[in-house]
Design a protein around this ligand. Structure first.
Ligand code: FAD
Length: 408
């Protein structure tokens, strides 16, 4: 390795997933790297990912797994430069044996802590400065001056990996936008994504706590913006769970723009309309059974009760006209619609929708197009993916690309 004085000096601002990966990659490429992290330890957010198990990647990743305005090749370029196979291989080298379930990749230990531990160990050649916040980044000739709550640092390149605004308790409180803004980089307003929805006149309030499968669609000014199928969690104020998370970014953005947002849910998503009608009619026609009894085994109990009441059917009585009741029940279970009044806030959301515009960045290097030596990676950029390991993959991949490019 070359002498420390001749090695390229790189500062990485923010020690989350992207920052750790950028620092590891830059160091492995021969650079003299300093990683500055405001928390006591690096990668704090990782500990809470995947319900403490860290769903750190997905076995197959395609551009459509991200919400991109137009597929301008940005994510395709990232996938080419750092394929999923390389990501999994790099984690294996660090000690993480993958456990793949329905495409979701976890460490075999099923402990997010394993991921933070291997990242921390892999940073051994990096000068890691913790409990230190970057306060400003400035250009001075061909060098960068990174001001912090401790001393100032001078470097040849800076990689900004401060994250977005989601889960600020883990350290990501939007400072990356401020640093990018000082260089004139444009951004899309950050709003919460991968979060819950709150609805007006909640039709299933009484079924709060129930988990049930369904297809959730977000409608903006009456037009479908996004849809997903999976297990929905009914809450006291609305809906949560993976399919709701996956469509929440559309609601967040539209509400922020003052548009009218509603959510439509189709329960029993695996069944065709005719199968459902026939199932309801058969059940409601059974002799001597109350409407509630007729639903046993099809829906969870408190949900069945709420569904029948929403459909205008008395759960405690036998329906007089099974065909008419079937129509009502069909409408209530397949065309449930409610006005969305809000989403979970940044504190309870998993990612940020919005951030520094991708048009400011060269996807092949993560370098800022207008400022040589300034790199951005991870959630600070305007890219958000679905649940399933896509967001962490983007953090690793963009961090790796930024780290290797900056060290060149
Ligand atoms: C509860 C939860 C569960 C999730 N589960 C998953 C999952 O299972 N799979 C998945 O793919 N994604 C998941 N995500 C999303 C994923 O964790 C993020 O997209 C990813 O961590 C973003 O990485 P990042 O490095 O860009 O930002 P962050 O991880 O937010 O890291 C930014 C770092 O920069 C530091 N920092 C910020 N400002 C400064 C400053 N001024 N000076 C110094 N340091 C600074 C912060 O302290 C932080 O350590 C989850 C998120 C949450 C909140």
């Amino acid at each position: 390795m070359s002498d420390k004085n001749t090695r390229k000096k790189i500062i990485v601002a923010g020690g989350g997933a992207a920052g750790c990966m950028a620092a590891i990659a830059a160091c492995a490429s021969g650079a003299d790297v300093t990683l500055i992290e405001k928390n006591k330890t690096v990668a704090k957010k990782i500990l809470s990912t995947g319900n403490g198990k860290c769903n750190f990647c997905h076995d197959v990743i395609r551009p459509e797994d991200y919400h991109l305005k137009a597929d301008d090749g940005f994510i395709t370029s990232v996938l080419e430069a750092y394929p999923v196979e390389k990501c999994l291989e790099d984690f294996k080298k660090m000690g993480i044996t993958p456990l793949i379930r329905d495409g979701y990749v976890y460490p075999y230990s099923e402990q997010a802590k394993s991921v933070t531990e291997v990242l921390t160990r892999s940073l051994k050649g990096v000068n890691v400065v913790t409990e230190c916040s970057v306060t400003a980044i400035k250009k001075d000739g061909d060098k960068y001056i990174v001001k912090t709550t401790g001393k100032d640092f001078t470097s040849d390149a800076v990689i900004v990996t401060c994250g977005g605004e989601a889960a600020p308790v883990t350290g990501s409180s939007g400072e990356g936008y401020k640093f990018a803004g000082a260089f004139g980089l444009k951004r899309n307003k950050p709003v919460p994504a991968l979060t819950s929805l709150t609805v007006k006149d909640h039709p299933y309030k009484k079924a709060a706590g129930v988990r049930i499968r369904g297809t959730v669609s977000v409608l903006i000014d009456g037009k479908e913006a996004g849809s997903d199928t999976g297990q929905i969690q009914i809450t006291k104020t609305g809906f949560s769970g993976i399919p709701v998370f996956n469509v929440s970014r559309f609601a967040s953005r539209a509400l922020d723009e003052g548009k009218k947002v509603s959510v439509r849910i189709k329960f029993l998503p695996e069944l065709f309309d005719e199968e459902i009608r026939s199932e309801f009619e058969t059940r409601l026609s059974r002799a001597g059974q109350s409407a509630y009894d007729a639903m046993i085994g099809l829906f969870p109990d408190s949900f069945a009760d709420a569904l029948l009441r929403n459909a205008g059917i008395d759960p405690d009585k036998k329906t007089a006209d099974a065909a008419k009741a079937t129509d009502k029940l069909f409408k209530a279970s397949r065309h449930m619609q409610a006005e969305v009044t809000g989403t979970g806030d940044m504190a309870s959301s998993q990612v940020t929708c919005g951030g520094v515009m991708l048009s400011e960045i060269d996807a092949s290097t993560m370098e800022c197009i207008k400022h040589k030596g300034l790199y951005l990676a991870g959630e600070v950029l305007d890219i958000d993916g679905m649940c399933g390991g896509y967001n962490l993959y983007f953090a690793w991949a963009s961090g790796y690309i930024a780290g290797t490019s900056a060290a060149r």
